[in-house]
Design a protein around this ligand. Structure first.
Ligand code: NDP
Length: 248
């Protein structure tokens, strides 16, 4: 039921952290996987090789998620090369945290464009092939910060809350075509980025998580495999928190 054998997937931001774990988990479940990245070409080659070593096909694209035209090109290359696309995971995202008193217009725009406009770009580019197939699963990576807010992250929280409203609307638009749109809201997940935090900050984060520990990237990847597979075929417009109880 969780098998993705014969399926093809695209993940934005697949070179490290959560995105890389999603790429590998989709491949492990049987899918051929394409992914994008912004800067990390070496890392992209390594991830591509890991997927191929699992006996699956892989493609990687240098593509700034903010670039509308590039999203169209990436989807066209995949559908031409592999004949179809079944799964889209909008994962690419950034933070530029600061209190609003100090937040520049650029810090606002960069986060909204990278985290939210990117979702519009890739979802829109996928709608036509998904409609043609009368099937498709879109999974958008939000954050618990989009549900509960966080001081110093007005830009990030707005982008991540925007993803929830966008996804519910698109789910309603596409439900009759058998296209599902769902959201995962990770809590605090250990990645290179979050690994830099001082011990004291880590202790207070752990204290705010009922399950007492940060999550692992695989915890999010497993949620993606579930939402991509037929096991979740009657779920659309949903937001699932994967946060050890942090935001309940
Ligand atoms: P990382 O910073 O570890 O990885 C980000 C990935 O996105 C990289 O592959 C990066 O590519 C890519 N990327 C960044 N900007 C762009 C862009 N403009 N265009 C294309 N690709 C881009 O992030 P995480 O793995 O920690 O986070 C992944 C997602 O999960 C994000 O949406 C984040 O908001 C969300 N999330 C993370 C949480 C956490 O605790 N880590 C908690 C809640 C949500 P490159 O290597 O080329 O820069």
């Amino acid at each position: 039921m969780f098998s993705l054998e014969g399926k093809t997937a695209l993940v934005t931001g697949g070179t490290r952290g959560i995105g890389k774990a999603i790429v590998l988990a989709l491949a492990k479940a049987g899918a051929d996987v394409a992914f994008t990245y912004a800067r990390s070409e070496e890392a992209a080659k390594a991830v591509q090789a890991e997927v191929e070593a699992m006996g699956r096909k892989a493609m990687s694209f240098q593509a700034d998620a903010v670039d509308f035209q590039r999203a169209e090109e990436v989807i066209a290359e995949i559908t031409t090369g592999w004949g179809k696309l079944d799964i889209l995971v909008n994962n690419a995202g950034i933070t530029k945290d600061t209190l609003i008193m100090r937040m520049s217009e650029d810090q606002w725009d960069d986060v909204i464009n990278t985290n939210l406009k990117s979702i519009f770009n890739y979802s829109k580019a996928c709608v036509r092939p998904f409609m043609k197939q009368r099937a498709g699963s879109m999974i958008n990576i939000s954050s618990v910060v989009g549900l509960s807010g966080n001081a110093g992250q007005t830009n990030y929280a707005a982008s991540k809350a925007g993803i929830v409203g966008f996804s519910k609307s698109l789910a309603k638009e596409l439900a009759t075509r058998n296209i599902r749109v769902n959201v995962l809201a990770p809590g605090y997940i250990s990645t290179e980025m979050t690994g830099q935090l001082p011990e004291k900050v880590m202790e207070s984060i752990k204290a705010s998580i009922p399950m007492g520990q940060p999550g692992e990237v695989e915890d999010i990847a497993h949620g993606v495999v579930f939402l991509a597979s037929d096991a979740s075929r009657y779920i659309t417009g949903e937001t699932i928190r994967i946060d050890g109880g942090m935001a309940m």
